[in-house]
Design a protein around this ligand. Structure first.
Ligand code: FES
Length: 309
């Protein structure tokens, strides 16, 4: 896709507009979806789509410059140029709104607002009861601040404004009703706090999207064999290595992105064997139902693992 626009969103946040190079119509996107951007530096990064700004001609993502990140946002902020071509994945949605009529509580921290703003608009349009709480440093740091300030379905919490009323995160979560569906996107400490509170708050279901892994990638303690079902090729995964790394070293062309078990790009079908799931994308029972695993971080409890690769 061609980078066709860069627009100031808030302090340290830029909105990047991408259009297909040959004018084809883009597939529709739903709130919570993201794109993988394959950057010229070799990094692949995921960014949530701002679906209210997307249509058949353009996709828009919001990117916060992260000084401490792996360099994807720094490259986009400092080096990307309008007119440049970027390789982009098809949109994927691992954080979609579950259908139903229960009330929805949206909890955003910092740049975690990007998927949740799209969800807010989508839920408002459908008439479902929703409330967004957005924690950020100040109005200057808040994306879509003009649209959100004064909106009855939104509470903004500014941590750096003296005298601003900042409700404690735990207080907001504990007020959730028993049927409320909670969606949270923000820094790891926010998600950890939500997960710690969830057994007490009684909310019906919690959905989270992470920017970083909960824990370091787990490697296997014992060697095992991976069989690639499509070619019949067998590769040994030594103790201490990941399936993904071994397959890449063996010259296999496999999809991956975050290498931390948070994006879902490396999900593959399990034909036979018993995986040990270590990702943060899907719960283990969901993997069992889908018969899939994330090969960047998960390993095997069986000596042989047959994968649909
Ligand atoms: S590469 Fe992101 S979950 Fe495996």
């Amino acid at each position: 896709m061609r980078l066709t626009g860069m627009q100031y969103g808030a302090q340290d946040i830029v909105l990047f507009e991408l259009q297909p190079k040959s004018g084809e119509i883009l597939p529709p996107v739903t709130a919570g979806a993201h794109l993988d951007l394959f950057l010229p530096t070799g990094l692949t990064r995921q960014y949530s789509l701002l679906t209210t700004l997307c249509d058949g001609q353009r996709y828009v993502v919001g990117v916060k410059r992260d000084e401490l990140g792996r360099g994807g946002s720094r490259w986009l902020h400092d080096s990307a140029r309008i007119g440049q071509m970027l390789e982009v994945s098809a949109p994927r949605n691992l954080f979609g709104i579950e259908p139903g009529d229960e009330p929805v509580l949206l909890l955003a921290g910092g740049i975690g607002i990007t998927p949740l703003y799209s969800m807010l608009k989508s839920l408002q349009d459908s008439g479902r009861q929703v409330h967004l709480h957005y924690w950020c440093r100040s109005p200057d740091h808040a994306l879509f601040v003009k649209e959100l300030e004064g909106c009855a379905d939104v509470t903004l919490h500014y941590s750096e404004i003296p005298g601003a009323a900042v409700l404690a995160f735990s207080e907001v979560v504990n007020r959730a009703g028993p049927t409320t569906q909670i969606y949270c996107c923000g820094p790891q400490r926010m998600i950890s706090e939500l997960e710690a509170l969830s057994p007490m708050c009684g909310a019906q279901r919690i959905h989270v999207e992470r920017f970083q892994a909960e824990q370091p990638v787990a490697t296997s303690r014992e060697a095992f064999t991976v069989v690639l079902a499509r070619s019949g090729r067998e590769v040994e995964v030594p103790a201490g290595e990941t399936i993904l790394q071994v397959l890449l070293d063996a010259g296999e062309d496999v999809m991956y992105s975050c290498e931390q078990g948070i994006c879902g790009a490396c999900e593959v079908k399990v034909v036979d064997g018993t995986p040990i799931h270590c990702d943060s994308v899907l719960p283990a029972d969901e993997h069992t139902r889908r018969r899939t695993m994330m090969i960047c971080c998960s390993s095997s409890a069986s000596n042989r693992l047959v994968l649909d690769i």
